[in-house]
Design a protein around this ligand. Structure first.
Ligand SMILES: Nc1ncnc2c1ncn2[C@@H]1O[C@H](COP(=O)(O)OP(=O)(O)OP(=O)(O)O)[C@@H](O)[C@H]1O
Ligand SMILES: [Mg+2]
Length: 285
C-alpha cells in the first residue's frame, strides 16, 4: 500500500472509535432519463451528509459518462479496474475531496466484475469489504436508464434515490425504472427527488402525481425525499468545478439540499447487510 493510502485509511479509521464501527449503508442515486442532475445531486448530498458529521464515500459507477471527478475539479483517476490490474489496495484508489469527503473516480470496472476470474473476484470482494465499518454511507452515482449494471446497483443497494425533473419525458423514464425494479423485487424502497423545480408547489405536484401512478398501476409506494429548485448557481458551480454546496452555500439549491439531508437523516433505518450484502446481491440476485 502506498504511504498516502495508508495515511488516508488510518485517518478514516481513527475517526471511528474501535467499538463503534459504522453501519455502512449503500445508497444508489439513479434516474430514468440522463442529464436530470444525478451527479450534482449525489455529490452535494454526500457533502451535505459530511457537514452533518457523517463519513461518506462517493463512488462513481456511471460506466458511460463518469464525471464526479470533473465536478470536483480533480482528474488523477484511479479506478477499481486499476486496483485489480495492479493489485492495489482499495485505499490506494480512494481519494480525499473537500471537507474529507472520500471518492472513487469513474471508469470503475464494475462491468468487468461479472467476468473476473476467481482470484481477481476474491480480491475485488475483500478490498471492497474492507471499507465496511469505516464510512457511514457509500453513495453510488449510477448511469441513467435500464442497463443491466444499473439495475443490479439498484437491486443491491440499501437505499435508492430516484432523481427526476418535472418534465414528462423524465417522469416517464423514471416510471420505467420503478416498473422494472418492482418486477424484479417488490421490496426495493425508492425515494424520490424532484430536481429543477420552478417552485416547491411544482415539485410537490410532480411527486404526488408520480406516487399516485405507481400506487395505482404497480401497487408500489414511493416516498418523496424532497425538491431541489432550478437554480443557475448549479451550472455556475459546475463551470467552476466546485460543488454548488461549497461554491454557493446560501443559494436556494444549497438550502434545499440541506433540507433533503435532514429529512433523510430522520427516516427510520432498518440496517441491512452493507457492503457484503451489496456484493452478494450484485452478483447473485
Ligand atoms: N437544480 C438544477 N438547476 C439548474 N441546473 C441544474 C440543476 N441540476 C442539474 N443542473 C444542470 O444539469 C446538467 C446535468 O447535471 P448532471 O451532470 O448532474 O446530470 P446527470 O443526471 O448526472 O447526467 P448524466 O445522466 O449524463 O450522468 C448540469 O449542467 C447541471 O448544471
Ligand atoms: Mg452523471
Amino acid at each position: 500500500m502506498f504511504d498516502q493510502a495508508k495515511q488516508l485509511r488510518e485517518k478514516v479509521l481513527h475517526k471511528t472509535p474501535k467499538k463503534e464501527k459504522r453501519q455502512t449503508r449503500i445508497i444508489a442515486v439513479t434516474s430514468g432519463k440522463g442529464g436530470v442532475g444525478k451527479s450534482n445531486f449525489a455529490l452535494n448530498f454526500a457533502l451535505s451528509l459530511v457537514q452533518q458529521n457523517k463519513k461518506v464515500l462517493i463512488f462513481d459507477v456511471d460506466l458511460g459518462f463518469a464525471n464526479v471527478d470533473v465536478l470536483l475539479g480533480r482528474s488523477n483517476k484511479e479506478s477499481i479496474a486499476t486496483m485489480i490490474e495492479k493489485d492495489l489496495s482499495i485505499w490506494d484508489i480512494i481519494e480525499e475531496g473537500p471537507n474529507g469527503l472520500l471518492f472513487i473516480s469513474g471508469g470503475s470496472g464494475f462491468n468487468e466484475m461479472f467476468s473476473l476470474d476467481e482470484s481477481k473476484m476474491n480480491k475485488f470482494f475483500s478490498e471492497l469489504s474492507s471499507i465496511q465499518g469505516s464510512v457511514d454511507y457509500i453513495i453510488l452515482d449510477t448511469g441513467a436508464g435500464l442497463s443491466y449494471e444499473n439495475l443490479r446497483f439498484i437491486l443491491a443497494a440499501d437505499d435508492v434515490i430516484l432523481v427526476t425533473t418535472p418534465e414528462p419525458t423524465s417522469i416517464t423514464d423514471a416510471y420505467s425504472i420503478v416498473k422494472m425494479v418492482h418486477a424484479k423485487d417488490q421490496n426495493v424502497h425508492m425515494k424520490l427527488i424532484i430536481n429543477q423545480c420552478m417552485s416547491d408547489k411544482e415539485g410537490k405536484q410532480t411527486a404526488d402525481n408520480f406516487k399516485k401512478v405507481t400506487e395505482q398501476f404497480l401497487h408500489k409506494q414511493i416516498e418523496t425525499l424532497g425538491f431541489i429548485p432550478s437554480d443557475l448557481h448549479i451550472p455556475n458551480a459546475v463551470k467552476k468545478q466546485i460543488p454548488f454546496l461549497l461554491a454557493y452555500p446560501n443559494c436556494h439549491a444549497s438550502q434545499a439540499m440541506h433540507h433533503v439531508t435532514s429529512e433523510f437523516l430522520q427516516l427510520p433505518v432498518s440496517y441491512k447487510l452493507g457492503i457484503k450484502g451489496f456484493l452478494l446481491k450484485m452478483l447473485f440476485k
